[in-house]
Design a protein around this ligand. Structure first.
Ligand SMILES: N[C@@H](CCC(=O)N[C@@H](CS)C(=O)NCC(=O)O)C(=O)O
Length: 240
């Protein structure tokens, strides 16, 4: 197998790459990384992704991280079916969507880590927590672990995160062209956003995806869910 994916089932960035791989029809070997057990910070995984987050991909023995970069790499390495626009302006717009959504990950962390990490983190002694934090490469993620362990996100912070994600839906509603985010059809922009919309629709603010509130987004979301690639990528319920 020349494509090896390190991923977590409920990770939005991993879901993005799984969706992309399935749309490309590529076969890959999948290795699950248990985020709650901090497998992403184990030395063996850090050799694959020094940032200590999922996903990571190995292709022909060479490792790559960052879900957006991985998808663009796959597009270049396996051009058919095309999932990125060829028009330079539309390609730039697509990249801006991916970048924009990447910047919203902290909002999902506030929601998701309550289920995946908080219980374990809260039970750690000071010494255990210190040892755990010492293994985390990114300062931003050290802060997030510290927050869930000792000072969980407040209702006001969760509301702010929810508002930010609803703001993303508003942007989608106004920018949709012929049913997709980028003129010319389904693209990596739609794939990049889909995991975030899944979490919003499942738990965070399902009512915001209604046809009455946001008809273009609701129609888009129905089209995404019908795609075999989406179904094969397995966006199973986060709370199961
Ligand atoms: N920008 C990165 C984000 C990767 C990321 O934050 N992954 C999360 C899961 S969605 C993770 O590994 N979290 C575990 C941690 O931070 O310890 C990408 O798109 O690949």
């Amino acid at each position: 197998m020349n494509l090896i994916l390190y991923h977590a089932w409920k990770s939005s960035a991993s879901r993005r790459v799984r969706f992309f791989l399935e749309e490309k029809g590529l076969h890959y070997e999948a290795h699950e990384i248990d985020l709650a057990k901090q497998e992403q910070h184990q030395p063996a995984f850090l050799k694959v992704n020094p940032l200590g987050v999922v996903p990571a991909l190995i292709h022909n023995g060479r490792a790559l991280h960052e879900s957006g970069t991985i998808c663009e790499y796959l597009e270049a390495a396996f051009p058919e079916p095309r999932l990125c626009p060829t028009d330079p302006y539309h390609l730039a717009q697509m990249r801006n969507w991916v970048r924009h959504v990447d910047g919203l990950i902290g909002n999902l962390i506030r929601y998701n880590w309550r289920y995946t990490i908080q219980d374990r983190a809260a039970k750690l002694s000071e010494a255990e927590l210190e040892a755990l934090l010492a293994k985390i490469p990114s300062e931003e993620r050290r802060e997030a672990w510290l927050r869930v362990a000792r000072n969980p996100y407040t209702a006001a912070e969760l509301d702010q995160a929810r508002d930010n994600l609803i703001g993303m839906l508003d942007q989608m509603e106004t920018m949709m062209v012929d049913g997709w985010l980028i003129r010319g059809g389904f693209s990596l922009a739609d794939i990049a956003v889909a995991p975030f919309v899944r979490r919003v629709g499942e738990e965070i603010a399902p009512e915001e995806l209604s046809h009455i509130k946001r008809p273009a987004v609701a129609h888009w979301w129905a089209s995404i869910q019908e795609r075999p690639g989406y179904q094969r990528a397995k966006f199973d319920p986060f709370l199961s």
